[in-house]
Structures are given as C-alpha cells and as structure tokens.
Design a protein around this ligand. Structure first.
Ligand SMILES: Nc1ncnc2c1ncn2[C@@H]1O[C@H](COP(=O)(O)OP(=O)(O)OP(=O)(O)O)[C@@H](O)[C@H]1O
Ligand SMILES: [Mg+2]
Length: 259
C-alpha cells in the first residue's frame, strides 16, 4: 500500500526570464513506515521534491497524495517533521526545552501522542546526550546539535520525517556514529523517513529503498530495494551483500553522470 504517491510530477522555476525544469515526470510510491533515501547529482531536484512532499512548494503538473490527502493539508495538520543540514535550536532554551519545542508549537500534549511515541529523554540518551539535557546549544558541538535536531523530529509526534542531508556538515566519524544511532532509533519508532544524501554507503545502510535521481531535468532513474536484514548492526557494512549494493548504486549513479 502506498502512503506517499507521486504521479507524473513536474516542477519548473523561472529565473531571469528563463525556465528551468527542476523535476520532470516523477512517479514514485512510498510505503508507510519505510525509510527511503534520495541520491543523485547536485541540482537534480532532491530538495525540491522533498519540499513538494512536505507541502512547502507546489508542482505545476502531476499529482501527489500523502496519506490520501494533499501535502498542504498534511502540513497544516503538522504531519511532517523537517531535519535540515543544520538544525534551528533556540539559544536561550536548553537541549531538553528545544526538544519539546515542536510539541509545544503544535500544541500536542503527551496524551495526544500514541502510546509508543518516543520519549524525549530516552531519545537524547540514545544519541549520547543524556548528560546534556540541561545544556544550552552554545555548549554543544555541531555534531551534538545535529543529534538534537534529528531526535527532536522523532519526538515531535509527526509521522513523516523529511531529512535533507542532515549529516553533510559533519566529519566522517561523527557521521558514522550518527548513522548507526539513527538506524537504531528508526528501527524502534518506524516513522516514514525521506532522507536526502550524497553518500552511497549511508543510503544503503539506512534504507529500505534508494531512489536514484538524474539531472537536467530531475528524474527518477532507478529505485533499488535494499534487502538487507534488520536490525542492521554495524557489522553489516563489512558483508559482501552490502558491498554489492554499494557497487550497484555507484554504477547506476555513474551511468547517469556519463549519459
Ligand atoms: N527557489 C528556486 N528558484 C529557482 N530555481 C530553483 C529554486 N530552487 C531550486 N531551483 C533549481 O532547481 C534545480 C534543483 O534544485 P534542488 O535544490 O532541488 O537540487 P538538489 O538535488 O537538492 O541539489 P543539492 O544536491 O546541491 O542540494 C536546480 O537547478 C536549482 O537551481
Ligand atoms: Mg538539496
């Protein structure tokens, strides 16, 4: 069953009197509770597609439904949690107060939330921030702030999380640690996650499906199902199956570059 269904979607921008076709004839179905990554060259329309799914931007052509409704209705109903490259944390609020912010803004009380909804303190502990609940953002490193941004989305009560290159500003080791933490949290709280990345390993490790995009205009060139067992332990990265997926995705991306 498709939760997010996109059919024949096209998006154009006009700049200095010239039209750019950012997305062309995009068809895609995403199942509820799945983890889907978008990967593709810079400018192929990944962020644009994410914004359209999240109801922040409209396409000129084609249809998109999220949970049977329009993205704008879903957005108005606070069904999306956004995780950008650098999270917006309020400097005068502690980590825990920042964590509770989306729920306060959305006027969701604990009782509105599903039984199995993530607990903010447990989530912060799961990403190694248990000792920083009452710290202020300026006392955190960039990677720690990014962790807050990610787990805050899980605690927001929103069933769909849209993450646009959340790890791109981090060093390699921090990125790896966060990737393992994210997969563990997601496997516990199966929200629908749309994750944009430039990193092939990250896409394979995290996802149920990887959507490969090509540019000018942005199209979906391939959707690869990642049939690796879950839960995904760190060891999986060393397995031949994992390596095969990485090679396959790299080849698909290269074809698109050379085309
Ligand atoms: N608001 C806008 N106005 C005009 N053109 C835009 C706008 N947003 C995006 N574009 C154009 O649409 C195309 C797709 O941009 P988008 O940001 O979606 O790419 P992307 O795949 O996210 O790239 P990156 O990997 O660099 O983040 C680009 O050609 C970009 O210049
Ligand atoms: Mg982008």
């Amino acid at each position: 069953m498709s939760y997010i269904s996109i059919s024949n979607l096209s998006k154009r921008f006009v700049r200095r009197g010239q039209w750019t076709e950012a997305l062309s004839s995009v068809d895609l179905n995403i199942a509820k509770g799945s983890f889907v990554s978008f990967i593709g060259p810079s400018g192929c329309g990944k962020s644009t597609l994410l914004r359209i799914i999240g109801g922040l931007m409209k396409a000129e052509e084609g249809g998109i439904k999220v949970g049977g409704r329009s993205p704008q209705e879903m957005q108005a109903d606070k069904q999306f949690g956004f995780v950008p490259q650098a999270p917006a944390l309020f400097p005068w609020r502690t980590v825990l107060q920042n964590m509770n912010l989306p729920r306060e803004v959305n006027k969701r009380s604990r009782t509105d939330l599903a039984e199995d909804e993530a607990d903010p303190i447990e989530l912060l502990q799961a990403v190694g921030l248990g000792d920083f609940l009452h710290a202020y953002p300026k006392e955190l490193s960039g990677g720690m702030r990014q962790r807050v941004g990610i787990v805050r989305a899980f605690a927001s009560g929103a069933p769909i999380l849209l993450m646009d290159e959340p790890f791109s500003a981090l060093d390699e080791i921090t990125r790896e640690v966060l990737m393992h933490q994210l997969v563990r949290i997601w496997e516990q709280h199966k929200k629908t996650v749309i994750f944009v990345t430039h990193n092939i390993q990250e896409a394979v490790y995290l996802s149920d499906q990887v959507v490969i995009m090509s540019s000018r205009p942005g199209r979906i060139s391939r959707v690869v199902d990642i049939d690796l067992p879950r839960p995904r332990g760190e060891k999986i990265i060393e397995s031949p199956e994992f390596y095969q997926y990485v090679v396959r995705l790299r080849e698909s991306l290269r074809e698109r570059w050379e085309a």
